[in-house]
Design a protein around this ligand. Structure first.
Ligand code: GLA
Length: 385
């Protein structure tokens, strides 16, 4: 799958210098959707699809970015970086460089080769993996070593402030801090986390509906605004509530009538999702896979009905998985409005499950899905020669 030697060779052939190579994974979220920016809980795992970044210094003060996936090169001046995004793949590495410069880091000239196999616009955080791989590469060049949670914050800022997507911290955090064979129960308030081991007999089967998803799109932003509206209404009565993380279903029963009907539904999803996510980590830690599956099913319904972030295809993909041998739980993962479902499946059944799900989905929707059988991988790191 990843081939650091091939990336190294491409970089050497193009730029004439050996690169240092870094890898940063994409992610799948097992449960906890649209809770991160409400300072709540999420439970993602890093996956074995990733971005590789090769970097070497230049003496001409230029930043030359090359994306192998697009066979395209862009050149910038290290001391006169663009101030704004241009809706181009280079926004992600440039955003990281701009945030580092804003932190007072002196940015030298460099050549950067990027390659990745995280499916794009599929809700698997290809953008976070590009940001984190770039940040590790550039900081190693300038001799700075940020702790994982700081890497995540800086990359989230690149996405919020430069790219212009109003995402939370989950994707960048898990890409930077993932742990092999584990999901992470992350508290997005203080970034503390607990490992939730995924049993060796359980596969992460990711089923791509092939409906394109985007965090920069209007739906993600409008959901976030509705979540914030709900928190503001509760805060009028309980000023200590700053985010929905602080609110309860009881608060909604008392003051939900003061919210717009949509804000009330979104809040019901977020508040109940936080409870489910903590319970799901507990179920995973105690090997209660039936309970985990039940919570995932409930989470999907809540995401689809109350948060209205699903789509016909994703609802079909989840429904078609039901009853297939080996299924533990299935739900739409990521920012919503398309993208992928996550299916926890007993590993011995994973191949047959994928084939049957693919066939059922193609018959029902006329779309051939992409199915990835993954395991939880480690977070971003340098690849030694
Ligand atoms: C996207 C965002 C995350 C998070 C999820 C929804 O992946 O980048 O910050 O909000 O959607 O859970």
């Amino acid at each position: 799958m990843h081939d650091p030697a091939a990336l190294r060779a491409k970089h050497l052939a193009r730029f004439g210098t050996e690169p240092a190579v870094f890898v940063a994974p994409g992610r799948v979220n097992l449960i906890g959707e649209h809770t991160d920016y409400a300072e709540g809980f999420v439970m993602p795992a890093a996956i074995d699809f990733a971005t590789l970044a090769g970097i070497s210094p230049r003496s001409d003060g230029k930043i030359v970015l090359y994306a192998e996936n697009f066979s395209e090169e862009r050149t910038f001046n290290a001391t006169a970086l663009p101030a704004k995004a241009s809706k181009h793949w280079s926004d992600y590495p440039l955003g990281v460089v701009a945030i580092l410069a804003g932190e007072g880091q002196r940015i030298p000239g460099f050549s950067l080769t990027l390659w990745g196999d995280v499916p794009l616009a599929s809700g698997l955080s290809s953008s976070a993996s590009v940001e984190v791989a770039t940040l590790l590469a550039v900081t190693s060049l300038i001799g700075v070593n940020y702790p994982g949670p700081v890497v995540a914050r800086l990359c989230q800022r690149a996405e919020n402030e430069f790219v212009g997507a109003n995402c939370g911290i989950m994707d960048q955090f898990i890409s930077a801090n993932g742990a092999e064979n584990n999901a992470l129960l992350l508290d997005c308030r203080d970034l503390s986390f607990k490992l939730a081991p995924i049993p060796p007999g359980v596969a992460l089967v990711i089923a791509n509906t092939m409906v394109k998803h985007s965090v920069a799109g209007g739906e993600y932003t409008s959901r976030r605004a509705q979540v914030e509206e709900a928190a503001a209404v509760i805060a009028r009565h309980r000023p200590e509530v700053r985010f929905l993380r602080d609110a309860t279903l009881d608060d909604l029963a008392r003051w939900g009538g003061e919210m717009s009907p949509n804000a009330l539904k979104r809040a019901r999803h977020v508040i109940s999702e936080n409870l489910r996510t903590v319970a799901a980590a507990d179920a995973l830690i105690h090997h209660d896979l039936d309970e985990l599956g039940r919570l995932m099913a409930e989470a999907h319904l809540s995401y689809s009905r109350d948060f209205e972030a699903s789509c016909v295809e994703a609802d079909a993909m989840v429904a078609l998985a039901q009853g297939l041998p080996g299924l533990i739980g299935a739900r739409l993962t990521g920012g919503g409005f398309g993208g992928c479902t996550i299916n926890l499946v007993e590993r011995e059944h994973a191949a047959a499950f994928s084939e049957e799900l693919s066939a059922r989905y193609a018959t029902e929707t006329g779309i051939v899905p992409q199915i990835l059988i993954c395991h939880a991988s480690s977070g971003a790191h340098k690849i030694n020669q």
